[in-house]
Write a new protein. Sequence first.
Length: 406
Amino acid sequence: MLTANPNAIRRPYPDDLRAIMSVARAAESRAWLSSWSRFECAITPLWQLPDLAHDLGVGQVLLKDEAVRSALSSFKVLGAPIALVRLILRRFPELALEPRALLAGAHAAALADFTVISATDGNHGRALAAAAQSIGCHCVIVLHAHVSHEREQAIAAYGARIIRIDGNYDDSVHEAARLAEKNGWTVVSDTSYEGYSEIPRDVMQGYGIIAAEALEALEPSIAECPFSHVFLQGGVGGLAAGMASYLWERYGAERPTMIVVEPRQADCLYQSALAGRATRASGTVDSVMAGLACGETSPLAWQFLEGCIDYFMTVEDAEAVAAMRLLAKGGERDLPLVAGESAVAGLAGLRQLMGTPRAAELGLDCHSRVLLVSTEGATAPALYAELVGEPASAVLARQEDWLRAQ
Ligand SMILES: Cc1ncc(COP(=O)(O)O)c(C=O)c1O
């Protein structure tokens, strides 16, 4: 399913949006996070996939690989940590804290009684738990019924206290808010709701770092955007808003064509485009793409997406699994890549479009330079092996062979 967004505009980035999220604040976030010890890779690679581009009939496919930035294996490691740092700076001005020292645990003693809480599908909670552990404050994570045991263990490994509830992601968001109110804890959520937008703004702002790095990797001095099309997967809309706002501010009316892709059952952003306002998903909100299985659009994210996402589309779970397999397989000229269930919706959307008449409507042809973001690796390793038919370690072994042969 694909719909053109009637409210998308090609104008300079509006000042009222720049006051909320900006290239300048993304740069500040990047400087603070750059020395965090959890990062194994200061700048993630931007891979060219020429065989895939050829098969699809586009000029270039460029894939930003967020699986390798840290052992946490997802782009969320850019969001929750920066939001936690900014929250603590605001909450304790009298301590005159330095952001990098904070992330290095230098102020742990002063923060020993401070507790943050969040609901999660897995990746955000894991990133928050890791940041809280580095900083030295407490972290409570609320998990809904569909979060797998292996994802729970991955979060608990960073010292977070886990609370399980019945219901879905949205129920866990409400439970986290209730527990915070009752216990005097602070919610660090990646989604906004009525009266709660400062922290999700900081989470989204961190994701602008991906756009900054992708641009630098190509032609940093060129005024024209090096990407003609950007496919972004959507959960509550934070990743897409963080990246799209960055590209919009940088290139204004000349920004690339931007497309958001969601699971069919969790189509809250697609439905928002149809309704012309942030709204709910029409389906069961149950998808193999766990990170994208969100029922409610983040209203703050929608403020950005409404004006700059040209198309919204949905894909089936089976299309995501096929895209995972395709990336894992690699090609003669394409590096084999480990990309998890929620990492590949963008690629699944691109594949669904190519070869159909709608590709021309989007201007997708043999001249297009398409940016994809692989937003996670094998964050649920057993599920990854089951879906791809081999463990991530086997793909990584092939990747090493491929790199050695270059
Ligand atoms: C791997 C992955 N990709 C994409 C997303 C979507 O991000 P957002 O919910 O900010 O739209 C998520 C969300 O959890 C995710 O885990």
